[in-house]
Design a protein around this ligand. Sequence first.
Ligand SMILES: Nc1ncnc2c1ncn2[C@@H]1O[C@H](COP(=O)(O)OP(=O)(O)OP(=O)(O)O)[C@@H](O)[C@H]1O
Ligand SMILES: [Mg+2]
Length: 274
Amino acid sequence: MSIQPLALTVAGTDPCGGAGIPADLKTFAALGVYGFSVVTVVVAQNSSQVLGTAVVDREMVGRQILALMAHSRPQAMKTGALGNAEIVAEVASAISSFGLPAPVVDPVILSSGGARLLDKQGEDAMRKHLLPIAALVTPNVPEAQALSAIQIQNVAAMREAARVIYKMGPRAVLIKGGHLAAPQLAVDLLYDGQRYIELAQERIEGSGAHGTGCALSAAITAWLARGAEMEDAVRKGKAFVTRALRYAFQLGAGRPLLNPWAGAQSRKDNGSDG
Ligand SMILES: Nc1ncnc2c1ncn2[C@@H]1O[C@H](COP(=O)(O)OP(=O)(O)OP(=O)(O)O)[C@@H](O)[C@H]1O
Ligand SMILES: [Mg+2]
């Protein structure tokens, strides 16, 4: 029997640790969850720019998962950057054949700035192979627009896009509103096929930290590994990201970095343990 919850992330690297696998592992650890990780794409990046990428062979991605299967089974998993259509298909096939938990899929198709991180074939493969087996898919606004072909300027349009994406097969859809023009609030929308739940938290000004999407999907995955129901996991994940942004810190010349230990930090500030 495992002594603590275990979660798996299948994603890309980030040498500066603000996004991708290092961010996921820090988030898991901050929430008391042990992390396994499978690398899909090596990304030469820092918090401000991407200098290049090298996608891992499909076979090597499969072999990393195989190595873990001989070890222990995670209680929850997420996917982040997957590199290309072949890897999307490989990961989906491994999830089915090994009976892995239904994944939290952070689509990582379009960056917040609109740059493409997964080509059209990869996006089609995600629709075909990964979304139908997902527990949750967490597109940002540009990704939700690409997947649903609906322009999103407000929460009403988020609802419409969520309905379209839900029909692609995931058990739930969370559209992230970080990039919506809402002055005081960062509003995300969760749809499980029955209910629309708006999750509104204070918008933190001027931080511009990268990796918010990775931290959110990793925190939700960590809470699922701890046994939370989806709505609860999403609420706790959103609270985690808001705190990590509020206590973001500056390291050298880069953009601010999220602070995954902010929960402990804010408890100290409040002078309480709760
Ligand atoms: N300034 C902000 N203040 C508070 N919460 C924010 C802010 N910006 C984003 N968020 C929240 O962070 C989470 C990630 O959303 P976002 O829209 O930034 O995803 P993303 O574009 O996928 O991120 P990434 O740039 O890491 O790919 C969401 O819960 C969103 O509401
Ligand atoms: Mg993202």
